[in-house]
Design a protein around this ligand. Sequence first.
Ligand SMILES: [Fe+2]
Ligand SMILES: [Fe+2]
Length: 306
Amino acid sequence: MTMFLEQTDDYFGNDLEEKMAPTNEKELADRGFVVPHFNSFGLRFRDYDVESMRQEGVENFYRKNHTYQCYDFVKKMREEYGKMNKAEMDIWKCCELLDGVVDESDPDLDIPQIQHLLQTAEAIRKDYPNEDWLHLTGLIHDLGKVLLLPAFGELPQWAVVGDIFPVGCRFDESNVHYKYFKENPDYNNPAFNTKYGIYPEKCGLNNVMMSWGHDDYMYLVAKKNKTTLPSAALFIIRYHSFYALHKEGAYKHLMNDEDVENLKWVHIFNKYDLYSKSNVEIDVEKVKPYYVSLIKKYFPTEKLRW
Ligand SMILES: [Fe+2]
Ligand SMILES: [Fe+2]
């Protein structure tokens, strides 16, 4: 595979996606979800101030991310990874593969990814026992992070994690560290720097190109392997890091009616993605048969193309 990325020397191990504490704790409590006030280090969630060095890493991350994630870059990445010629592997194997990846700069999380996946899925399962598609969505939502691994191109952090945003239209000021978009080649391109840019009003997010990362990659993997998961599941996988939309309410002028419906599920999902992190460790072998049965139910073939 031809790599055209600038390889960076820094390795944050960031997952910057779950960046802000959701406010609606009452709604969670109503579902029986006990909102913890402290993470596994005994610190408040998303408390970046406790480590200014980490904050510096986050800024540096977004400087690169906003500078390099332009329309042409995203288009090339979607084409390259859309070929699905990197690996053949079943989903459970992929979960295990991610086990070695720890998001170092995520201040809430110092556990292997497989625990984050299972904790998210199991917390949802407890509160939404009948929505088995949502359990599986919890399990697979971050599997796109394999992009960090050598077999998948070993992409730099800024091309895998962090908040995502549309390209092809003006960058909204609600995007975190907005100032760094000024270095993006699209910033001064008149085709891309208007409210709608290249998109018609309410065209649907499916027609909008998002910055490249683990969200869009896992969406492509699920889609191309012909999953039967409902559209809400694919929407969660694809947009769970789209904080400008689901936290700030930006870019709504690009959404269609189906997006509006699906966004409700992202709001639900996001709370589990963030708050399930400090729960006790899940016994992997104990829950494995349940999740394997869900994979079988929602994916037609055991081995997926990646
Ligand atoms: Fe994620
Ligand atoms: Fe996650």
